[in-house]
Design a protein around this ligand. Structure first.
Ligand SMILES: C[S@@+](CC[C@H](N)C(=O)[O-])C[C@H]1O[C@@H](n2cnc3c(N)ncnc32)[C@H](O)[C@@H]1O
Length: 265
């Protein structure tokens, strides 16, 4: 059995461009939610796993200060490039650092830490998760908040055979004129570890040239609601709220997300 990489973002040279072109990512309904959380915090935000800046850039555009960390140099390079294209007022509000959320030292504290769009699910083991939560705790002001989302696991989907490639993105153009389509599949599920091994498969073409198959392979940890509550309590956080979607509706069986709002004590 081949071990799947934990997050695998840096394996593809083109990962940033591909990520930014996926329509489903651009259509995600979380940006206004995270902008509002930064506004409510009234101080600087630390975004963990900021990727290419999908959420970070809209926050910087409003004039609020934000620091983004990510472990992937390729995702961060893309974020830097996008930031350079922003007006000076937004550029002045954002800073970026390469760091692993399990062990980072920025030498300052923040009013708010966020982990948008599931980077916390790339932490496969409990010691990874507690290391990240302790590192985040050290970077929060007293009373500072941690807000993050993970998907709400659907048990029927978890046990379904999803080993066949299923197209999730039809032919889509990249800014450089090339185009791609994307399929995904779940190679293996490990219920005892709550981990799924996933592949996102990009088929890239340039004009009449042959299609190139690029695979982003990674493992994802699913969480149950009460285990996250226990993790937070164990790492020095009080739970404030759990939402089931970015419209702030309560968590129920059919909710797509579990969004945790916690306060450091
Ligand atoms: C799905 S992307 C989300 C990016 C961005 N937050 C967004 O909403 O578009 C997941 C990101 O988490 C980052 N990541 C995964 N594990 C990480 C870790 N241990 N420390 C820091 N970043 C990590 C990946 O490099 C990737 O950029």
């Amino acid at each position: 059995m081949t071990e799947h990489p934990r997050s695998g973002y840096d394996a593809l040279e083109l990962i940033g461009e591909l990520y930014d072109a996926v329509p489903a990512y651009n259509a995600r309904n979380d940006v206004a939610f995270y902008v509002e959380e930064s506004r409510l915090a009234g101080g600087e935000t630390l975004e963990i796993g900021c990727g290419t800046g999908r959420v970070l850039l809209p926050i910087a555009r409003t004039g609020m200060r934000i620091t983004g960390i990510d472990e992937s140099p390729r995702m961060l390079d893309r974020c830097r490039l996008r930031l350079e294209q922003e007006p000076e007022s937004a550029r002045a509000c954002a800073s970026l650092r390469q760091a692993d959320m399990r062990n980072f030292h920025l030498g300052k504290t923040f009013a708010l830490a966020t982990i948008p769009f599931r980077p916390f699910q790339h932490l496969l083991r409990v010691d990874d998760q507690t290391a990240a939560l302790h590192a985040i705790h050290r970077h929060l002001d007293p009373g500072g908040r941690l807000v993050f989302d993970v998907f709400n696991p659907d048990m029927r989907l978890l046990v379904k055979d999803r080993t066949a490639e299923t197209e999730d993105t039809p032919e889509t153009k990249l800014p450089d004129g090339r185009s791609f389509r994307r399929a995904s599949r779940v190679i293996e599920v490990h219920p005892a570890r709550q981990v799924s091994d996933v592949e996102l498969i990009y088929y890239l073409t340039a004009g009449a040239s042959e299609e190139v198959r690029l695979v982003h392979a990674f493992s994802m940890r699913w969480y149950w609601r009460y285990e996250v509550e226990h993790l937070l309590a164990r790492c020095g956080f009080d739970l404030v709220m759990i939402y089931g979607n970015f419209d702030r509706s309560p968590l129920n069986e059919g909710s797509p997300e579990m969004i945790f709002v916690a306060e450091r004590h």
